[in-house]
Structure formats: C-alpha cells, structure tokens
Design a protein around this ligand. Structure first.
Ligand code: ACO
Length: 327
C-alpha cells in the first residue's frame, strides 16, 4: 500500500456577509438567541455563484498552495449536498474550469461528513495505486435549499468551499480514518428532497418541496455522542492519546456540541479549532475551510497530529487522524 499526505489546501467563501441582525428582518429571531444557542454571529451567502464556482476557487488555491500542475491531478471528488445539477457532477464542472484533463471525477453525498468521506476515497485511491494525486473538495451553496421562512434552520447555515490536494508520498500523513452511517429514520431527522416522482404513466401528481428540514434536538443529541466516539475511534486505531493531538478540527455546526464533546473527552475546548462564528454551518465545506485557515495562519507545523471530525445528514459520521507534512 502507498503512503498518502496532504500537500496543499484552499478555500473560498462568498463576499456577502449576513449577520444575525440581518436575519431578524426576515424571521422572528435575534442575535442573542442565535449566538447563545449556536455560537454563530454571521455567515457568507452567495450573490448567484453556484457550488462549482465556489469549488473551483477553493481548488485553484489548493493547487497553488501545493505547487502542482492541474494535469497532475488524476482524481477529483466533491462532497456536496447542494450540487449545481444532477448531471454533470460538480467534480466534472470543476475539472473543466481548472484544466485537470487527466482526472476521474465524481461527487459524493454525505452531507456534513462529505469532506471526510471524500478524503477517505482519495486516500484509498492513492493507497491502492489507482491514482497519485487527488483533489478533494467539500462545497455547499446551502442558501438555495434552506427554508428561509423556518427560523429553526435558516439561521444555522452558510455557503462556502474548501479543498485539499492529496499525493502519494514516502511518509504517511493520513494515519487513520474512521467512517460510518446510520440510515434509520434518516430523512425524518435531517432531509432535503430531490424532485418528486412524476411521469405520464402515473395518475398522482406528487407535490413536495426541496428544502432542508431538520429535527434540531435529535441531531444535537446525535452530534454530542458521535463526535467523541469518532475521535476515540481514530485514536484507538493508532494507539494515540488525545493529549498527542495538537488540534481537533470539528464540523462547525454548534459551539454547544463542541463544548459537550470536549467535556466528554475531558479536554480543553481550546483544542478544537473554531470558525463557526464567521461562517455558520457550511456542511461539507466547514472542515476544509477551517483546515485551510489554519494552514494559512501558520498554526500547523510539520509533524503535528490533528483530527478532522464530521457528522451530519444521512446520518453520516467520520474522522481522520492526520500528521501534518507541509513545512
Ligand atoms: N430564534 C429564536 N427562537 C428560536 C429560533 C430562532 N432562530 N429557532 C427556534 N427558536 C425557538 C423555538 O421555537 C423554541 O421556542 P418554544 O420553546 O417557544 O417552542 C425555542 O426557541 C427552543 O427551540 P429548540 O429547538 O429547543 O432549541 P435548541 O436549544 O434545541 O437549539 C438548534 C436549536 C440550534 C437547531 C440545536 O438543536 C442544534 O444546533 N441542533 C443541531 C444542528 C446540527 O448540528 N446540524 C448538523 C448537521 S447539518 C447537515 O448535515 C446539513
């Protein structure tokens, strides 16, 4: 099996900032409720740019950061719950924009765990010799599928994209990955329908909207249990202790979920990198945006061990224990 490491990161969020006070003009809410229940202060919302546009911006940054030629990329995987279209995939649209002619391209649907799943796929392709250089992206334009009349969900989400380049290497940078899913009651807990089934040979007209619905309390409970479990699983796999970890990069859903996970693991919340105050929950994009910010801000040194941990619709969950290899 080949070794794999991250050699570059990138991210992009739209320029338009929507603050909590702006939301109080469209639904019955206020900054105090949103801040204390979630930690979110503002989020970015597109002015028309779609998921492939955001993905392309993040990908170009990651390519520059990794100092590679787009023609070196032989796999593009985009984790997204809000693609531009059913066909073509967001990954194919990105391929065309960045000129990665040698890549195999596809999207995966794992909601907020999308980036961890995409990272796992890229890692396995490289480990088994199917490819040498993979571009993995988490990207969302959730603003187009959010129900802007539902105050219990519309205040949570934001738009954005993050990317990482993985490459075959001498040293091992992806130490362990843990993933899982629980499809029971999935659509009731957190869902967003695609188009209804309608054709000329059936009599019923199926009406349904295609907006996000969520049972916040259930997802909250799920998050508080699954985040510590995912962290413990990747540590166990490598016989590591949480004290050996420099940072945990969690899915940025809710500060209270992160605080609860820190308490369960008996560690300081400061070990968790947080930027949800600025971006809200950007689903699959939240972990790679955070990772790129940390990379740009020089928080990560070669040899640091970090854990990425995500959970969300599906239900899906996953974590990755990474040794940082960029100087
Ligand atoms: N502003 C003001 N009041 C509100 C708002 C709002 N935006 N939203 C709900 N309320 C009200 C409710 O109506 C309720 O009022 P009532 O008591 O009079 O009925 C009260 O506030 C409490 O509502 P709860 O739903 O009990 O609030 P809770 O403390 O559970 O917080 C929240 C809700 C923030 C959504 C929380 O449940 C949560 O974060 N859940 C997890 C979400 C998540 O992590 N999702 C990740 C996956 S997303 C993905 O995969 C795409």
């Amino acid at each position: 099996m080949n070794n794999v490491k991250i050699i570059g990161t990138g991210s992009y969020a739209p320029d338009r900032i929507i603050k909590n006070i702006d939301l109080s003009k469209i639904v019955d809410t206020n900054d105090e409720w949103i801040s204390t229940r979630t930690g979110i202060k503002e989020r970015r919302i597109t002015e028309g740019e779609n998921t492939s546009f955001l993905s392309t911006k993040a990908a170009l940054q990651a390519i520059k950061n990794a100092d590679i030629d787009p023609l070196d990329i032989d796999l593009i995987v985009v984790g997204t719950a809000s693609p531009d279209s059913f066909i073509p995939s967001t990954a194919c649209l990105v391929q065309a924009e960045i000129g990665a002619e040698n890549a195999t391209c596809f999207d995966i649907s794992a909601a907020c765990t999308g980036f961890v799943y995409a990272l796992n796929i890229g890692t396995q392709f490289i480990k088994t010799g199917q490819c040498k250089t993979a571009l993995v992206i988490g990207a969302e334009v959730l603003s187009k599928i959010v129900d802007w009349s539902d105050r219990s969900t519309c205040v949570l989400f934001g738009d954005g994209a993050g990317a990482a380049i993985l490459q075959k290497s001498e040293d091992n940078g992806i130490l362990s990955i843990y993933t899982g899913s629980d499809g029971r009651n999935a659509a009731k807990l957190l869902g967003c329908s695609a188009v209804p089934v309608n054709n000329p040979f059936i009599n019923t007209i199926n009406e349904q909207n295609s907006l996000v619905t969520m049972s916040g309390k259930d997802i909250f409970r799920f998050g508080t249990k699954i985040v510590p479990k995912c962290i413990e699983e990747v540590l166990k796999n490598q016989d590591c202790k949480v004290q050996d970890i420099k940072y945990i990069v969690p899915h940025q859903a809710n500060m209270r979920i992160i605080d609860s996970a820190a308490k369960r693991l008996d560690i300081d919340s400061n070990k968790f990198y947080i930027n949800l105050d600025k971006y809200g929950n950007t689903s699959a994009a939240s972990i790679p945006i955070a990772l790129d910010e940390m990379n740009k801000d020089g928080l990560l040194k070669k040899g640091d061990k970090i854990i990425l941990v995500g959970f969300g619709g599906g239900l899906t969950f996953g974590s990755a224990l990474i040794e940082w290899m960029i100087n």
